[in-house]
Design a protein around this ligand. Structure first.
Ligand code: 4NP
Length: 161
């Protein structure tokens, strides 16, 4: 079982979108039994809320239904998950500050390090942007999550030769 936590600032735009993209890719690959996928925010300000209505609308246009409820990152997350994937420098710095030990520190990753097609260095916060910002977030996440899934290929699906 691979356990992945996507992390952004508010957990109402980027990380619930990443969760939605990854869930669909995993489902399409028939690998749901292999993964636990969740998302969380650095802030607790939006705790309990559905993703931002603009994020949900842009997601729905590509067939994603986002139903995650915002929650803050907890210390247990560093033990419970194998990878904690931040969206930008600030998320990564905040995760590093909160990592309870060096072993958990090494689980922190940057979402855009998995990008294969889009030359992005971070997933920009779309909260104060227009429609293009939300579309760009989904473009980056579809690219990065696809590569993330490939990087976590199951031994069973590896070629025999
Ligand atoms: P997210 O976007 O980190 O992608 O969920 C944000 C949502 C809310 C706030 C900041 C970023 N906020 O400050 O309330």
């Amino acid at each position: 079982m691979k356990k992945i936590l996507f992390v952004c600032l508010g957990n109402i735009c980027r990380s619930p979108m990443a969760e939605g993209v990854m869930r669909r890719l995993v489902k399409e690959a028939g690998r749901e039994q292999e993964f636990r996928i969740d998302s969380a925010g650095i802030l607790s300000y939006h705790q309990g809320e559905l993703p931002d209505s603009r994020m949900r609308a842009h997601a729905a246009r590509r067939g994603y239904q986002l139903t995650h409820r915002s929650r803050p990152v907890r210390t247990e997350d560093f033990y419970d998950f194998d990878l904690l994937i931040g969206m930008d420098d600030r998320n990564i710095d905040d995760l590093r500050d909160r990592a309870p030990s060096p072993e958990e520190w090494t689980k922190i990753r940057r979402m855009t390090d998995y990008c294969a097609r889009i030359p992005a260095t971070h997933v920009p916060d779309p909260y104060y942007s227009g429609a293009e910002g939300f579309e760009y977030v989904i473009d980056i996440l579809e690219d990065a999550c696809s590569e993330l899934l490939m990087s976590l290929s199951s031994p069973q699906s590896a070629p025999n030769t």
